[in-house]
Design a protein around this ligand. Sequence first.
Ligand code: SME
Length: 330
Amino acid sequence: MEELYTRRLILRRWRASDLEDLHELLTDPQTAEGAGFIASRSMEESLVRLSGMINSSDAWAVTLKEDDTAAGWIRFRPDDILKNRRGFQVGYAIREDLRRQGYMQEALAAAMGYIFEDASSASVSARVKPDNAASVKVLMKNGFSLAGRLPGYETAGSAGEVLLFIRTRDDPLPKEDASMMAKQLSSLCDPSEGWLTCLCNAVAFIYDEMDMINWAGVYFLKEGKLYLGPFNGKPACSVIDLSRGVCAKSVRDRSTVVVPDVHQFEGHIACDSASASEIVIPLMLEGELLGVLDIDSPIRERFGEYEKTMLEGAAKVMTGFLKGYREERQ
Ligand code: SME
């Protein structure tokens, strides 16, 4: 990582001589609360954290040009819950007396420019507590938009709702060939190994492969109801009646249903309260509807035309696996 210069700041690597400055930041309860870390209890603890910062290639010290004090930090890590491999999660903190003067915004603008110059990163996310208005402002001014809410998100040992903000590159990376996923599934799964084996790996593949999804799985249609099949994500509703919900609509219409905002879909069944958008694709084998492929995302409008084409291709391959299931059932 390079040193970055702004009007009032220098973003540089951490140094051993920053210990006192870092300790001041790490022991301030308000900074800890806002940035979501457990406050340091001793100089020794701060020293351990400083060594982590010095050794890490993703943590900048935000220093004041005028006196070289380390007044805050910005840190980028590979995105965790969104599993966005091309993306980073940003975290930051700034000393109390420097807040509301545009310092953090200035620092973040420089850091974002640097991160987006790296062609391999397509998006940056940030998680903010809903009452942290100053931080929300910093993000909005830096081109982030509110993408969703994550309930029960753990920060500093306590769980609570956080707001998820995302900024995507203005020139997003070119999307891959939409038929790629179907091809990958075909080569990953050998139907001679059994339909259930194949289906389990197929949903695991989709869950692992796609960014920004929190649930992927199959429901089987049996005697007018949907029964939970192989899935990845939080435990879900095991039996769904065909009278309500997105999966049921897909069964009734015998077609793909894309829901950009599940909160606007009357009758939506919330298995994971983090879900914000959803796509359901019927699994049709020779005209018979055997079940559905259901995928949820924690951000709104996750599934566009590209994702629909890609997942319909994947569903077709998965339907092929279901030949064995249909035979067993008969
Ligand atoms: N949301 C679905 C229920 C299944 S879960 O999302 C896994 C529905 O409304 O049918």
